[in-house]
Ligand binder design. Structure first.
Ligand SMILES: *[C@@H]1O[C@H](CO)[C@@H](O)[C@H](O)[C@H]1NC(C)=O
Ligand SMILES: *[C@@H]1O[C@H](CO)[C@@H](O)[C@H](O)[C@H]1NC(C)=O
Length: 204
C-alpha cells in the first residue's frame, strides 16, 4: 500500500518537473520564434550613378578615377523586431578587385534605428582618385570603359546590427552583396545612371 502511494507521489513529482521543463522549453521556442521569424534584412540597389570616370594607362599599374554614389534600400521584414544599425562598411569592386581601398565609402545615414516592416535608404559614396587597378583585371576595365556600354561593379557591404525584442538584444553581422551595372557616361564630364537595380544577396 505505502509502496504504491510513494510511487504515485513520485510520478506526480516527475510529471511536475516534466511540465516545468516543457513550459520553459516552450517559452524559449516562443522567444526564439518571435525574434527569428523572418528577420533577415533585404537589400536592393534603388539608384546608382557614375561620374568623373577616367582610366589612365600612361603608367603601370593602370589607374582609375571615379565617383560612384549608390542608394541602397534596406528593409526590415520582421513583424516584431526593430533593428539598430551600428555600422555600415562598404567596398566597391571590379571583378573581385577592390577599387575603393583609398576611398572609404561615406554612408549616410551611417547608423540608424529601423522599426519593423520599414525600409531605409542608405546613400553610399565612393570617390576614387587614381586608384591602382590590379593587372589581372585592368584590361577588362579598360575595354568596358572604352566600349562605353556599362561598367559592371560589385558592391560589398558589411553591416553591424542589433536586433531588439523587448529587452533582448542580439548582435549580427550580415553581409550584403550587389551586382551594380552602371551605364558608362558618354561624355568625359557626363553622368551614368542606373535607375533601379536588382535585389542583393544577404548572407548571415
Ligand atoms: C592605353 O589606352 C589607349 C586609349 O584607350 C590605347 O589606345 C592604348 O593602346 C592603351 N595602351 C596600353 C598599353 O594598353
Ligand atoms: C538617393 O538618396 C539621397 C539621399 O538619401 C536622396 O537625396 C536622393 O533623392 C536619392 N536619389 C534617388 C534617385 O532616389
Amino acid at each position: 500500500m505505502s509502496g504504491s502511494r510513494g510511487n504515485s507521489r513520485e510520478k506526480t513529482c516527475c510529471c511536475g518537473s516534466c511540465c516545468t521543463l516543457l513550459i520553459s522549453l516552450g517559452l524559449a521556442v516562443l522567444i526564439y520564434w518571435a525574434i527569428f521569424q523572418p528577420h533577415q534584412i533585404r537589400a536592393t540597389v534603388e539608384y546608382a550613378e557614375l561620374s568623373n570616370l577616367a582610366v589612365s594607362n600612361a603608367s603601370s599599374p593602370v589607374a582609375v578615377t571615379y565617383h560612384v554614389a549608390v542608394n541602397l534600400s534596406l528593409y526590415n521584414p520582421s513583424k516584431r523586431v526593430n533593428i539598430y544599425y551600428d555600422a555600415i562598411d562598404a567596398e566597391l569592386l571590379f571583378r573581385g578587385a577592390v577599387l575603393s581601398a583609398a576611398a572609404a565609402a561615406a554612408a549616410s545615414p551611417a547608423e540608424f534605428y529601423q522599426r519593423r516592416k520599414t525600409a531605409e535608404t542608405v546613400r553610399l559614396e565612393f570617390d576614387g582618385k587614381g586608384v591602382a587597378v590590379p593587372e589581372g583585371v585592368s584590361a577588362e576595365l579598360e575595354s568596358e570603359v572604352k566600349a562605353a556600354a556599362s561598367l559592371g561593379l560589385e558592391l560589398s557591404v558589411r553591416v553591424r546590427v542589433r536586433y531588439v525584442f523587448a529587452s533582448i538584444k542580439i548582435r549580427q553581422k550580415p553581409k550584403v552583396w550587389c551586382a551594380v551595372s552602371i551605364p558608362v557616361p558618354r561624355a568625359p564630364g557626363g553622368l551614368g545612371v542606373l535607375g533601379s537595380g536588382d535585389r542583393c544577396w544577404v548572407k548571415y
